[in-house]
Design a protein around this ligand. Structure first.
Ligand code: MG
Ligand code: ZN
Length: 266
């Protein structure tokens, strides 16, 4: 619930002071003692006694008594996502790609992603170790990714963010899959509920990435899927490709919805 509050106008200096006093930042977001967020509404309104006042919008949050309630609140506002590996999952794995012309979409990619986009926020998460090795440049990767995204966009599919790890595995960076770095980033930046989210990929790393972020991993046999199948941990869901993975995700999500409805009704 949002309510408007008025504070005497003293310019941004006073706002900054107010922000500091209340542990907030000066980017228009202030945390009030009760955990309420404040943002400034542009413009001044006249106050009593001829003094102008600045209007602020205060987001009232219920006082959270425990972690359980916090989780419930988070769940109510956060949305589920599907994190898609790029090479071998939505396009053919043809090694380090440096040119858009090298991109070959799987025939089921567009129709599948369109179905997923109807109820999930979509992300692409890709390890591009070829950059770290010096085989390709980050500009190459950006160009190829821009091509992939614009192709999807032409078909009405929006990808919220594309996350790239350009490092070699030996560098020990924190963003390379299976480190759940980009899952956490999406959770933070986009309010994604990882427990209701899925990762689809053709490498055991993709599945481990999901597990470590608290999401569900689905392994596809397209790309390098067949080659690495023996390295999979037990009880991993394995499907042929992006279309079958999509069927599975939507089936599971539908089942979870039904359970939630039944739970709410009883
Ligand atoms: Mg892959
Ligand atoms: Zn990295």
């Amino acid at each position: 619930m949002a309510v408007e509050v008025l504070f005497p106008d003293g310019g941004l200096g006073a706002f900054g002071l107010f922000a500091r006093q209340h542990r907030g930042d000066c980017n228009g977001n202030v945390l009030l003692p009760q955990g309420r967020a404040v943002s400034m509404i542009p413009g001044l309104v006249p106050g009593e006694g001829g003094r102008s006042r600045r209007r602020y919008l205060v987001e009232r949050k219920e006082h959270v008594s425990g972690q359980m309630k916090a989780d419930q609140e988070k769940r109510a506002v956060s949305s589920p996502a599907v994190f898609l590996d790029r090479d071998g999952t939505i396009i053919e794995d043809r090694g380090d790609l440096s040119e858009p012309a090298q991109v070959v979409f799987f025939s089921d990619t567009v129709s599948s992603l369109r179905r997923l986009a109807g109820r999930f926020t979509l992300f692409v998460v890709t390890n591009q170790g070829g950059v770290g090795k010096g085989a390709i440049t980050m500009q190459d990767v950006d160009r190829v990714n821009a091509h992939v995204l614009s192709h999807l966009q032409r078909h009405g599919i929006r990808v919220a963010a594309t996350y790239v790890c350009p490092h070699e595995r030996a560098s020990g960076c924190r963003c390379i899959k299976p480190n759940p770095y980009f899952l956490r980033k999406a959770e933070r930046d986009f309010g994604i509920d990882l427990a209701r989210s899925f990762v689809i990929g053709d490498h055991p790393h993709d599945v481990e990435f999901a597990v470590r972020g608290g999401a569900t991993g689905i392994y596809v046999l397209s790309g390098h899927g067949r080659k690495h199948r023996a390295d999979l941990p037990a009880r991993v869901v394995v499907t042929d490709g992006i279309r079958e993975a999509t069927d599975l995700v939507l089936r599971r999500a539908g089942r979870a919805d039904k359970q939630a409805q039944n739970g709410a009704a009883s």
